[in-house]
Structures are given as structure tokens and as C-alpha cells.
Design a protein around this ligand. Structure first.
Ligand SMILES: *Cc1c(COP(=O)(O)O)cnc(C)c1O
Ligand SMILES: [Zn+2]
Length: 409
């Protein structure tokens, strides 16, 4: 029995049946051109009225069934055997030392199997492929999406093919190879890798995990909203999300929107999109019209994005639900990395530290009021990119263990 959901196009509003594998709206995708945000990204719509009726009889059934009725797969067992999601949420009361203080919650996504948030998307994509009997999944990636797909596929006995721009970070490429995926470096940038992945998808019938292009990337990432809903006693007031292509941001919104449709919550938290000053193509184009994108440059490679693939959906969500954007400099990102590691014991990658830097800047402007519940998404592990932070560290010289000078220690 096919699962009961449909797709709605973010650009033209057209509904599509779920009868087959579908990536973009067939009407809008013909307008897509190289170097532009994707048109025709699809949002998955569930039979909310039916689910609401079930909830009336069994108020806990969604939680007890791992939210299966809000996922486009038939069986929870299709998901990888690894623990994806269900990440820790650490709580710090009155953390920032000011009189108007607030409750800080750090959602640590580096606890995922491949050490980044991307596993939430890869897990769902992998489960879907399994249910459709597809053994090979392909993705174009600048790093974490590829290393994530490689690891998740390894755990599911699927084959992963990862196309990367030739300059992708070494640690992430090492992961891809260790997980046994096929790594194909492409001469050129992400766009070139992306376009080649589409050609291969068409030629060989492999399943494609490209971010935003595959609507399940958004559905997978939304599970973080369900977890926050479960883990928090009081709903969050604001959530700081690092943004590159805008799929995590859209996922967080989509999860809360599903809960709103079911009247399980009455308000969507304010989402604050955090971007690097040198890579702010979403924040710079929030006010309507055709976007104008600039080439990106920041130390935070996971959010260094020339063309945010999920631009239209991300912008719609921010504007619909009163979200905001905040930009942080590379030095603020580095400072935040140091604070997270040395004051919390959380060593995260620069893209994740950016979210904390955004929160810190926002509260320093006096914008967070007393007793607010604040969440920061720490999206990836620090060991994925030690090059950036280690440049600023002083590695001590070795000392002679016998004739050392006590003054030096
Ligand atoms: C991919 C990624 C992001 C940004 O997510 P988008 O969906 O591209 O906006 C942030 N942090 C980390 C660690 C990532 O890997
Ligand atoms: Zn459309």
C-alpha cells in the first residue's frame, strides 16, 4: 500500500502525487538554469486531518511510532541500524553572565554517526531507496552530505557515489573513502559536480540525494523539530540555525509546521538564520523579487554557499513565520569555536560555531529577554576541520622529562 502523502511545489503551488520517485516540480524545474537557486522544490504534505483523528484516540501514538505517519516511508525498520538523531540537548540555566539572562539549550548534532546533522537527511533518503529496491545512491556534495551518505549507505549495505569539487576538505573526503563509497572528484565547483550527478542519475537510475533537489532531505532534517518538541519542557522561543543551502532551516520550520497542522503546538518558534558575513546569500535576499547572489568566502566551509539551493522555500518560511537573519564574521566564528570547546567541552566545526556566534551577538545587542528558551543547533564536529582552528593555536614545544625547568610548567 502506497503511503498517503502528496507533494506541493514551493514556487507554483501545484500538487503532485507520490506515485513515483519525484525530485522537483515537473512544471517549474524546466526553468532551472545553472547558477540559480532551484525552482520547483517540493514540500511533502501529509493527511493531517486523518492523523489528528488518530491522535484524539491515542494521544501518544505519534511519539510511540517514531513519527512514522509524518515520514514518507512505510516502515521505521527501513531506517539505518545506526542511531541517527535522538541527539543530546544540553541545558544551561542563566549561562551568559548578565542580569537579564536566559535558558540556553545546545543541540549537539555532532553525535550523529558521521558527526553531522546531514545524517538525518541521508538516513531517510537511504530508507526510501531501500523500500523502492534501489541499491545505489548518488550525491554531489562539498563535504558533510557526501561523508554522511557514504557512512549511512555503508550501514545499510547500499552503494554510495559521491561527487565532490576537487578542493573539498580532506577530513570529509577521508570519511567518504573509509566508509567505502565511490569518490569522484570533479574539476570545477559544486555546480559542476551537481550537474554531473543529475546526468548520472538519469543514465543509471540511481537515487539522488542532492540537497533540496531531493525533497526527502528536508523531511529527514525536520526530525530535529520533533525531538526539540519532545525534549523541551517549555517550547523554544528562538532557535539559531547555521545556513548554507537553507535545507536545515527549512527542515526545522517544516517539522514545527507539521506539529502546528496537527494542533500539537500553537506557535512556531522564531528561527534565526545565521550566516557568515562572506556567505550571506539568503539573508541578503529576504525582501522579495529575484535574488542576487554573490560568490561566497568564509572559513566555515559547510555554510560557504554561492547559490543557496533551497532559497525559495527558506525565504518563504522566514517571511511567513517572522524569522530573522544575522551575520557573523569569521573572527566571531573562531571566537565562538573556542568558547564552545573551552567552556562547554563541545568541539564543533566552524559552521556550527557560527550558530553560537549568532546567538552571542544577538544577545549582546540586548535582543533576548529574560527567561527566554534559546536553542542553538551545533550541526557538526570540530575534528572535521582542524586546519582552520589549529592555525590560531600555539602548540607547545616538547620538554626534557628529566632536566626540565619547573618555571616553564
Ligand atoms: C550542511 C551544513 C550546514 C548548513 O545546512 P544547509 O542545509 O546547507 O543550510 C550547517 N552546518 C553543517 C555542519 C553542515 O554540514
Ligand atoms: Zn512548480
Amino acid at each position: 500500500m502506497a503511503k498517503n502523502y502528496i507533494y506541493r511545489c514551493v514556487n507554483c503551488g501545484k500538487y503532485h502525487m507520490n506515485s513515483d520517485i519525484l525530485y522537483l516540480c515537473t512544471k517549474c524545474s524546466s526553468e532551472n538554469k545553472v547558477g540559480q537557486a532551484l525552482k520547483g522544490v517540493l514540500k511533502v504534505i501529509y493527511p493531517y486531518a486523518e492523523i489528528k483523528d488518530k491522535l484524539k484516540v491515542q494521544p501518544n501514538y505519534l511519539k510511540e511510532s517514531d513519527y512514522l505517519d509524518l515520514l514518507p516511508i512505510e516502515n521505521i525498520k527501513s531506517l539505518p541500524p545506526l542511531l541517527v538523531g535522538k541527539t543530546p540537548l544540553y541545558f544551561y540555566d542563566k549561562h551568559i553572565d548578565k542580569k537579564d539572562s536566559f535558558s540556553l539549550h545546545l543541540k549537539v548534532e555532532s553525535s550523529n554517526p558521521t558527526f553531522s546533522f546531514k545524517d538525518r537527511a541521508s538516513a531517510l533518503v537511504s530508507a526510501f531507496a531501500k523500500e523502492k529496491g534501489i541499491k545505489t545512491i548518488i550525491a554531489a556534495s562539498t563535504g558533510n552530505a557526501g561523508s554522511s551518505l557514504a557512512g549511512i549507505c555503508a550501514s545499510q549495505k547500499q552503494e554510495a557515489i559521491i561527487l565532490v569539487p576537487e578542493n573539498a576538505p580532506k577530513a570529509k573526503l577521508t570519511q567518504v573513502l573509509m566508509y567505502g563509497a565511490k569518490l569522484i572528484p570533479v574539476k570545477g565547483n559544486y555546480d559542476d559536480a551537481y550537474n554531473l550527478s543529475l546526468k548520472l542519475t538519469e543514465k543509471y537510475g540511481w537515487y539522488n540525494r542532492n540537497t533540496a533537489f531531493n525533497p526527502l532531505t528536508i523531511e529527514g532534517k525536520k526530525t530535529v523539530a520533533f525531538e526539540l518538541f519532545e525534549q523541551m519542557i517549555v517550547m523554544p522561543d528562538r532557535i539559531f540555525v547555521p545556513v548554507g543551502d537553507g535545507v536545515i532551516l527549512a527542515g526545522v520550520y517544516k517539522g514545527f509546521e507539521d506539529l502546528m497542522e496537527l494542533e500539537m503546538i500553537t506557535k512556531i518558534p522564531q528561527i534565526i538564520a545565521v550566516q557568515a558575513e562572506g556567505s550571506s546569500n539568503l539573508i541578503d535576499n529576504l525582501t522579495g523579487g529575484e535574488p542576487n547572489f554573490r560568490a561566497a568566502s568564509t572559513i566555515a566551509d559547510s555554510i560557504s554557499v554561492d547559490i543557496p539551493r533551497n532559497f525559495y522555500m527558506a525565504r518563504d518560511f522566514i517571511n511567513k513565520y517572522g524569522g530573522l537573519g544575522i551575520k557573523v564574521s569569521d573572527s566571531e566564528i573562531l571566537e565562538a569555536s573556542k568558547v564552545l570547546a573551552s567552556q562547554f567541552g563541545l568541539f564543533v566545526e566552524p559552521a556550527a560555531a557560527a550558530a553560537y556566534a549568532g546567538m552571542y551577538k544577538y544577545q549582546a545587542q540586548g535582543q533576548i529577554t529574560n527567561n527566554e528558551q534559546i536553542v542553538v543547533l551545533l550541526t557538526g564536529n570540530g575534528l572535521k576541520d582542524i586546519g582552520t582552528v589549529s592555525k590560531n593555536l600555539e602548540f607547545p614545544e616538547a620538554i626534557d622529562p628529566i632536566s626540565f625547568d619547573f618555571e616553564l610548567i
